[in-house]
Structure formats: C-alpha cells, structure tokens
Design a protein around this ligand. Structure first.
Ligand code: DON
Length: 585
C-alpha cells in the first residue's frame, strides 16, 4: 500500500492490471471505474460494488434484482430477503428451493434485536436408526442421498413466511410475485444452470418428472439463453402466495407430497407436514478483536465453531504474521481441527440433546485450546480429541445477504443439500425434494457426504433436525452494521466464513479482496490441509515440512457478502461460482 502511495506511475499500472483482473475474475464488478470508488477502495486490487442505501448479494442475478426492487420500493431487508429466497427457488433450482430448508439470521437496527430463524428440515416421524442401513448394517448411501427416503420434511416455506410475518412489512403476495412471474413466463437459462443440469442428468434420467420439468420433451437439454418455464412450480407458488404457508403444509400441496411418498415407499406423511414449524432461536454470540459476531446456533454447527475458532485465533497477532503465510495457515488449521473434532461429538439438534454452546464458545475454552498450540506446532489429527464439555457440508447450497437503508441486515443460507437435492420432483408440483437426511450421522465412524463424522447427538430420530454447517453470520462494530456474510460448501462453509472475517478484520481487506483471496480448510478428519490454488509454493513447502499433508483442491465455498464502512455498503459475490450479482442503489 505504501509503495502504491509513493509511486503514482506504479499506482496507475496497478489499477490498470486490477481493472483487467477484475473484468476477468469478477464480472459483477467490471462496470466500476477506479476513479468512482470512495477513498480506501482505490488502493485495492479487487474492487467491490458499492452503494449508499441498500444492497443485495446473491448467486443469481434475477434474485438480486428482484430483492433490490423491493428495497427501492421501500421494503426492508427481510422483505427483500424473502423475495430473493422465493426467486432462487425458480431461477437457481440446484440450491434455491421450497423443498429444502435453511437458516436466516436477521438483525433489526431499530431495536438492536438479532434473531436466528431455523427452518431446517426435520426427520419424518417414521424414521428409525435402521432406515438408512442395509441388511448387513452398513450405511446405504443410495437410500440416504438419492431415494425418497433421503428427504427431510421441508422447512423453507415455513421459514420464509415466518420471517416476513415477524420482521417484514410487505404482504406475502408481493414478496412472491417475481418468483411466480419467473416460473410462469420463464427466464433465460444461464451457463451455470445449463452446466449444472448437465451434471445432474444421469440421476435425473431415473426420475421422469424431473426430466419433464428440467429438460425439453424428448430429453434435450436447455442451451444457455433458452427459456425455462416451470408451470407446475408457478401454480404451487400461487397457492402459497394466496393461502400462506398452510397451503404447503396442510392443503393441496401437502396431499400431493404425501401421496407421492406413499407410492414410492417414502416416509413423509400429511401429519409430518402439518406438524412442521420453523423455530425462532437466539443467535450464538461472540466477540473478535472488538467486533460483535452473531451467527447460527444449533442445529447448525456453523456459528458455534466459527466463534470457537475466532476465540482461539484472537490470541495470536495474525495481522502481524501476514495473510496466508505458513505461520498463519498453521494456526488456522490447528484451530480448525479442534473445532471439527468438537463438532463430531457435541453438536446436534438442541431440541433433542443439550449442546454445550456456552462452553464451546467461551474465551476460557479457547485459552485451553491455545495452550496446545504454538506457531510451528502441528498436532496429528489422531491426537486431537473432541474436548470434554461440562454436562449439560458438486453439492449445493446458496447464500444471500441483504442490508437496507435503515441498517437492517439479513444473512440467509438455504439448501437442498446436493445439487437439485435428491433429484426427485414431486409430480405436478415442480418441487424438488432435498436429500438432507444424509446430514445425519447414520452410524458411528461413518462420514457423511462431506466427510463429516458424528455420533449419537446427530443420529436420526423422529422430528429431529439433522446437523448443518450452514453459517449465516452478521458482524457489528460498536453496535453498527459491519458485515453480513455466509457461503455454501458443506463442511467448508464454516472455514470459508472464518476467513472472510479474518481477511477483513486482521488483514484489512475490502470485501472483494476478502472474498477472492485463496482459502484453506482443515476438518480434523481426514487429516489433510486443503488449499486452493494461489497460495505460494514456498508457503506450501514450509507447511509440508511442518507435517501437513497438503491437498490442492477445487475452489471452496461461494461467499456472498456485504460490508459497511463509513457511509457506504460494499458488496461482493464470489467469483468462484460465476453468475452471482452484488447490486445496490
Ligand atoms: O447443511 C449442511 O451443512 C449441508 N447440507 C450443506 C450442503 C452444502 O453446503 C453443499 N454446498 N455446496
């Protein structure tokens, strides 16, 4: 930075390179000119989108635009978020959904109130410990990932309706209008949608209804730019818009879901749907170097372990050690191992087993963990055990963030689990069913699709919510909005959110730099340090010498964040998954 200040010629060259890089790497920011940017952003390599009043960041442009229109009309952040949630169910069907579930973190400015809306799916009443085991007692992943049994009772409609009722200002009919129009009249298929449907095709071919909805007659794929119309989904959305969430849980739609389940040997009944409700929960809270963190409590593991890791890292001067240096990555990886080991033992649905949230997120516990760490030290994962507590994640998900002019903040992550969930569409409804049941721990020692281990706390039980890693988070500074963030990525979600936060707080990055910077991940088991491309070879050599097994992986996560600094909101949609849009006004 100082170097830039000293040499204006170099500054111009750097800005030119930055503009070119930005144009290639992050198309959403390409229209910005460096000279337009407020003060500090001019020195940045990657420029965030900025605005003064309100902003929406999501993985799909129709969704961002629909949310932004609501803000411009005077709706608040929750109104816009509910609109985005329903639009993504139409335009981003690999993860946007009404047949899945998720979490919304809301922070209302006026009352200073933060709340977590839990609309995670629940296990059907008829589930047993053996539902997903074969005759020999082994986990049958066909059942837990690709059959009608893999679906939990969907929570999205209940969750979005509850958010709007409690914190919104517009009628459900207005919030759902853009989604209905896009389903009814269609929208041009993006490159990303075409590619993801191509990937899902083999599985979908076993499901005639999914083929009928997502492919042309005769099974031809939609090419980018062709119009995808979803008439059944439009009808389903209209019923919900006219009659509220009851239409989904008690009316015609519930009957169709239950009938289909019965025909196919699934478990979800009309009673399961009728008994489903979304829950309002207290967010988990923590502090990190003077910032206040609010994140998702159980049945997500995200918030608890985000705060656990931040507490551990707070004891080390990461800013001084440098971003993505061997010393910093070493400390982060060790903190991550402790957190994921604890996850395997202690986390589950709090309505079934008390989760030691306070202990895990306490500064004292972090101090104990820190005593086992020092820069340069690497503990093999076999020697890391879950901490003793006092009694008492090609797969897909999507995140969006909204901040309005009053300073209300929404951070929402929701999912079908895999791309297009189980790939099964309920006939006549346009509803894709999730395969979230795979997030339960089916058998001790057996990892789920994300390699995550678990125990009794996360064993399948009737009406229990399966443990999640989704980590919608808001951060405040001196009681004022600072950051709304979150990401998809299965087990990688928690560490992605961690690095967004450390990148802005410890390393002074703007939100685009923080989003674009290469990420690392360790989840205790397997004992591997995953790194994205872009971390220097020298750093990787030092880490290997210290004992890490390095796995250079595909990209990790897709953060969708808004940061407030001074009078401006800055947004970044992760370039790792192109097609997203950060837009403000
Ligand atoms: O709730 C969870 O943790 C997982 N079902 C999330 C899956 C996911 O993020 C896949 N995304 N890329």
């Amino acid at each position: 930075m100082n170097y830039f200040k000293r040499d204006s010629l170099t500054l111009c060259a750097a800005l030119l390179v930055a503009a070119l890089l930005t144009a290639f790497i992050s198309p959403v920011t390409a229209s910005l000119r460096a000279a337009d940017l407020p003060g500090p952003a001019r020195e940045a390599i990657f420029h965030p989108v900025y605005a003064r009043n309100g902003m929406v960041v999501s993985e799909e442009k129709h969704a961002t635009e629909a949310g932004l229109n609501v803000l411009k009309e005077g709706g608040n952040a929750v109104d816009a978020a509910v609109t985005v949630g329903f639009v993504l169910a139409v335009t981003f069907p690999r993860a946007g959904n009404i047949g899945g579930g998720g979490f919304m973190l809301v922070r209302m400015a006026e009352k200073g109130e933060a709340v977590a809306i839990d609309y995670r799916e629940k296990a059907p009443l008829a589930v047993t410990a053996r539902t997903f085991l074969d005759e020999d007692g082994n986990v049958d992943t066909e059942k837990s990932r690709y059959s009608v049994l893999s679906a939990g009772v969907p929570g999205t409609v209940a969750g979005l309706a509850l958010a709007l009722e409690k914190y919104g200002t517009i009628p459900l009919e207005r919030a759902m209008r853009p989604a209905i129009e896009l389903a009814e009249n269609g929208f041009p298929v993006s490159e990303g949608l075409a590619a993801s449907l191509n990937d899902a095709r083999l599985r979908m071919e076993k499901e005639p209804e999914s083929m009928r909805v997502f492919f042309k007659e005769g099974g031809e794929a939609y090419a980018p730019g062709e119009i995808l119309v979803q008439k059944d989904l439009a009808e389903t959305l209209k019923l919900i818009s006219e009659n509220g969430s009851n239409a989904f849980y008690e009316g015609e739609i519930a009957v169709k879901i239950a009938r289909f389940m019965k025909e196919r040997g699934g478990l979800i009944t009309e009673k399961d749907l009728e008994e489903y409700s979304a829950a309002l929960r207290e967010p988990v809270r923590g502090t990190y170097r003077g910032y206040e963190i609010y994140s998702m409590p159980p049945p997500s593991s995200g918030g608890v372990h985000l705060i656990e890791m931040l507490n551990v890292l707070e004891g080390f001067p990461l800013g001084e050690y440098g971003h993505n240096t061997a010393r910093t990555i070493n400390l982060m990886a060790e903190a991550m191992k402790f957190a994921y080991a604890d996850r395997s033992e202690h986390l589950g649905d709090p309505d079934f087993k008390k989760v030691p949230v306070e202990a895990l997120t306490s500064k004292e516990y972090a101090e104990k963990l820190r005593k086992r760490m020092s820069p340069g030290r690497v503990t093999p994962s076999v020697l890391v055990k879950p901490g003793k507590m006092p009694p008492g994640e090609g797969r897909n998900t999507t995140h969006f963030s909204v901040v309005d002019s009053a300073g209300n903040m929404v951070s929402n992550t929701y999912t079908l689990n895999f791309d297009y969930g189980s790939k099964i569409t309920v006939p006549g409804t346009g509803i894709l069913l999730n395969n979230e049941m795979d997030d339960f721990s089916m058998k001790p020692g057996e990892p789920n699709a994300y390699g995550l281990l678990g125990g009794q706390a996360n064993a399948p039980e009737p009406e229990k919510r399966m443990l999640s890693s989704m980590t919608p988070t808001v951060v405040l500074k001196d009681g004022e909005p600072f950051l709304a963030t979150g990401s998809p990525g299965g087990s990688l979600i928690i560490t992605t959110v961690l690095q967004i936060i450390t990148n802005v707080i410890d390393f002074g990055m703007n939100i685009s730099e923080a989003t674009n910077a290469p990420r690392v991940h360790h989840q205790w088991l397997p004992d591997k340090l995953r790194v994205e491309r872009g971390i220097s070879g020298d750093t990787l050599r030092l880490l290997t010498e210290r004992g890490y097994t390095i796995d250079t992986s595909n990209t990790m996560g897709s953060a969708q964040s808004i940061m407030k600094k001074g009078e401006f909101l800055y947004g970044a949609s992760d370039p790792r998954r192109p097609g997203g849009l950060a837009e403000g006004y």
